[in-house]
Design a protein around this ligand. Sequence first.
Ligand code: RB5
Length: 148
Amino acid sequence: MKIAIANDHAATELKFVIMDYLKELGHEVVNFGTDDNESCHYPEYGEKVGRAVVAGEADCGVLICGTGVGISIAANKVAGVRAAVCSDTATARLVKEHNNANIIAFGARIVGTELAKDIVKAYLDARFLGGRHQMRIDMLHEIEKRNV
Ligand code: RB5
């Protein structure tokens, strides 16, 4: 798969670890930065990955900031994004199975390196279950249409 990834300054080291891990798993990775520890603004990076995923430039996305929250909120402002913050592997599996999350997020200040890898793997290994879950996802995107 082609996977878009981005982070803020709180998560640069973990981002590079996750990039290497994704490549080891055989995925193509598109890095949207930031690549250093200078203070930056997570909304910019969440939006970049959100737009790349919705445009079909990537199959899914990985976002990392201090908590995973700010950067996922930013991505979720892009219509068509379903970004989910996960701090455990069960949630990472379920956000694919039930919510068909197209972006997974987590916090570099919340999860350790090995758990972060396991979260990514659980998400990538899971499959969307469809059925009643699709109807609910359609309802989510109906909310976006009511916002304009
Ligand atoms: C940056 O200090 C921090 O606020 C950010 O990484 C993130 O945790 C916000 O949700």
